[in-house]
Design a protein around this ligand. Structure first.
Ligand SMILES: [Zn+2]
Length: 355
């Protein structure tokens, strides 16, 4: 290296907040996410929000190509008092009671089973720790690698596999710690309705959600995610929904980011940016249809990082949301399926009885 060349700036580390206890949440098995066993299936689906996908995320970050740039931090439990900064006391009491009673299906596909509450508290507490770490200036880029997810959880009810709104709690902590304006960009394939609801009447939090146009899905999710759901009172104009057509893909997402999200953030001028990530916008997700690839996620990440550099001194919290379900989750499942097919053929197809 030439002695006169300027020194390279130090590489910013990604501070990952994680705790193995979050694997204790088992949403069960059934037909897709229903928890229902119709009684005649040889193989039941593992709930799509299962522990394996997060195990792989941890494994990739520990052993994969960006492992040298990661600093690991052990997450913690949230205190009940911390949960009340976003959720109502009635709702938290309902969850505590459900846990003490051995579990409850709070709404469709959303099962609080034994061990789940322990994981919920870890997810919330770890996200709060990640936010605090950045707020206190120990690092700029933190990633709350948490489950169960949170962005559908509203102040007073569970929804869509979510119990506690991890990102919402972190945003509230930022506001309570002196931040004036926080921007939340949610790229999960589903509408971040819980976070939107929590700040729907506030002009201190700009919630932007890019999602597929799925609409309301019942009492637990009354919000539509349409463009006219734009906030109320002081918050009017501070909830921006970007419903995108199925198959939008990398170029469409980048276009939406550059044409809609970037100018909105530039006008809002947040002093903290939160990126809410769900890999269910991926081309490989069985639930979403948005067809993002790794390259698309990378480009979105660059754009959000640039926004953080421009407005919040680089301070950026990334919060993990919904899954990409891994189908097949391993070779054993494929083997089981083939074996069932073969058994069926042997029993029912005359000329294949001896295979
Ligand atoms: Zn989702």
């Amino acid at each position: 290296m030439d002695d006169t060349s300027p020194p390279s700036p130090p590489m910013e580390l990604l501070h990952v907040f994680w705790h193995d206890g979050m694997l204790c949440h088992d949403a069960g098995v059934g037909v897709f996410d229903t928890g229902h066993d119709p009684g005649f299936l040889e193989i039941l689906d593992k709930h799509p929000e299962n522990e394996n996908r997060v195990k792989n995320m941890v494994s990739i970050l520990r052993k994969g190509p960006i492992s040298p740039y990661i600093s690991w931090h052990t997450g913690r439990h949230a205190q009940l008092s911390e949960l009340l900064t976003f959720h109502t006391s009635e709702y938290i009491s309902e969850l505590v009671q459900a846990d003490e009673n051995g579990g409850k299906e709070l709404c469709s596909g959303t099962f609080l089973n034994p061990g789940s509450w322990f994981a919920c508290l870890l997810a919330a507490g770890s996200t709060l720790s990640a936010m605090k770490y950045v707020l206190e200036g120990h690092g700029k880029l933190a990633y709350a690698l948490v489950r169960p997810p949170g962005h559908h959880a509203q102040p007073s009810q569970a929804d869509g596999y979510c119990f506690l709104n991890n990102a919402g709690l972190a945003v509230q902590l930022a506001l309570n710690s002196g931040c004036q304006k926080v921007a939340v960009i949610d790229i999960d394939v589903h509408y971040g309705n819980g976070t939107a609801e929590g700040f729907y009447r506030s002009n201190k939090v700009l919630t932007i959600s890019l999602h597929m146009n799925h609409g309301s899905w019942g009492l637990s999710h009354p919000q539509s995610g349409t463009i006219d759901e734009i906030g109320e009172d002081d918050g009017f104009g501070f909830n921006l929904n970007i419903p995108l057509p199925n198959g939008t893909g990398d170029e469409g997402y980048v276009y939406a980011m550059n044409e809609l999200v970037v100018p909105a953030i530039q006008e809002f001028k947040p002093d903290f940016v939160v990126l809410v990530v769900g890999q269910d916008s991926s081309a490989f997700d069985p639930n979403g249809r948005q067809c993002l690839t790794m390259d698309g996620y990378r480009k979105i990440g660059h754009i959000v990082r640039s926004l953080a550099e421009l407005h919040s001194g680089g301070r950026l919290l990334v919060v993990q949301e919904d899954p990409i379900a891994c189908y097949p989750e391993d070779k054993a499942l494929s083997v089981q399926v083939v074996d069932v097919l073969k058994k069926y053929w042997k029993e029912n197809v005359t000329f294949l009885k001896k295979i």
